[in-house]
Design a protein around this ligand. Structure first.
Ligand SMILES: Cc1ncc(COP(=O)(O)O)c(C=O)c1O
Length: 396
């Protein structure tokens, strides 16, 4: 008997239902486009990255990171509340507020900390949070941490949301929270309806633009901006870890909101500030996101081309205009098998399983990047078709 037996048992159980997780090692990323990686000596086409605009290996981001280190050092060494924060932070927050057309912005270490810190600062016991069932895990964890009542509404179902808002009219504070682009499905939240409901029921509205930043909106601002609703949303959160190719996150909104969060968000107060290299690379990425609209255009085109290629080969994929293209396969074992066979054929495409997605909806989550070529995507679609034939998997 070992005191770790229960962990071994649970791990064996997870393995038996295809839910054990492991982390594979990557030898290298090949080239500046970020579209190919090398794993165990083999080159794989990367169809699983959130590096939508292909910026993570852009020489301008790398050079900015080096300059950040040279000027400010390798680490921040403490929370911003201990040693203050240098110019890179303040300039970034000003640029973000301007870009988003809001009064103020606040940078967090990452999206997970932004969501957990903001939600747990805004609501507590006696309050109610209305959250889409498919929201990101960091939102769920923020709600759990806050101790407010967690009211989950069916995905994008505004009738269900209204029903829950009515039932919790008596809550001290009400917060509606949603992803704008859902991370595992790539579909969009019905933002205009959410704004209408938040007004009608006196709730605050918080949105997570992690997968919309850099991708939607004229200058990559996100869905709120694209729909002309950014001033109607109380808290807009976004990350720099996806289309920006860097790391970190932010929230923006009215000065009162940002000032309040600066004093109350524990994940901000009790955690070391971002390294200068990261902040400097975010600055470089923001400039590219704002100025190189053709990357966004190409991303949109490639997304719809790849959807079309999959449909032409008889796969059922939903319409959409984001780079996230899920191929829902059902059972975790099937999704894992597809993922393994894709890898054997030279494609990295990750299987997404519960609890990340609801039971019975395990999938391959394909993501395209602005730096892919149509030839690469065509080749990937052919491989998928051959795998299906090999597995004699009918009807997909
Ligand atoms: C919708 C959403 N919100 C928040 C996060 C967390 O962001 P980060 O990876 O910066 O912690 C992610 C990504 O993992 C996400 O997909």
């Amino acid at each position: 008997m070992s005191r770790y037996d229960w962990m071994e048992e649970e791990w064996e159980r997870l393995k038996s239902v295809s839910l054990a997780r492991s982390i594979r090692s990557v030898d290298a990323v090949i080239g500046e486009e970020g579209t190919w990686i090398r794993v165990s000596g083999k080159s794989l086409l990367n169809l699983s990255s959130n590096n939508y605009l292909g910026l993570a290996h852009d020489p301008r981001l790398k050079a900015a990171a080096v300059r950040g280190i040279e000027e400010w050092g390798a680490g921040a060494t403490a929370s911003r509340f201990v040693l203050g924060s240098h110019g890179l932070y303040e300039q970034l927050e000003q640029r973000l507020a301007e870009w988003k057309g809001r009064e103020a912005a606040l940078v967090f270490a990452n999206g997970y900390q932004a969501n957990t810190g903001v939600i747990s600062a805004l609501v507590g016991r006696g309050d109610a949070v209305f959250s889409d069932r498919l929201n990101h895990a960091s939102i769920v964890d923020g709600i759990v941490l806050s101790r407010a009542e967690h009211c989950r509404y069916r995905h994008n179902d505004m009738e269900h949301l209204e029903y829950l808002l009515k039932r919790h009219q008596g809550a001290r504070r009400k917060l509606i929270v949603t992803d704008t682009v859902f991370s595992m499905d790539g579909d969009l939240a019905p933002l205009a309806d959410l704004v209408e409901l938040k007004r009608r029921y006196g709730a605050l509205l918080m949105v997570d633009e992690a997968h919309a930043g850099g991708v939607l909106g004229r200058s990559g601002e996100g869905l709120c901006h694209e729909l002309g609703l950014s001033r109607e949303v109380d808290i807009i959160m976004g990350t720099f870890s996806k289309a920006f190719g860097s790391y970190g996150a932010y929230v923006c909104g009215a000065t009162s909101v940002v000032r309040y969060l600066t004093s109350k968000a524990r994940s901000l107060i009790y955690s070391t500030a971002l390294p200068p290299s990261v902040l400097a690379s975010i600055h470089a990425a923001l400039t590219i996101v704002q100025e190189e609209g053709e990357r966004r255009k190409r991303l949109r085109e490639l997304g719809s081309r790849f959807r079309g290629m999959l449909r032409e080969r008889g796969f059922s994929v939903a319409e959409g205009r984001t780079p996230i293209i899920p191929l829902v396969l059902g059972e975790s074992g099937v999704a894992l098998q597809y993922s393994r066979m894709l890898e054997e054929r030279g494609i990295a495409a990750v299987a997404i399983r519960p609890p990340t997605v609801p039971a019975g909806t395990a999938r391959i989550r394909f993501t395209v990047m602005a730096t892919h070529t149509t030839t690469e995507l065509e080749w990937a679609a052919d491989q998928l078709q051959q795998i299906r034939a090999e597995l004699q998997w009918e009807g997909r």
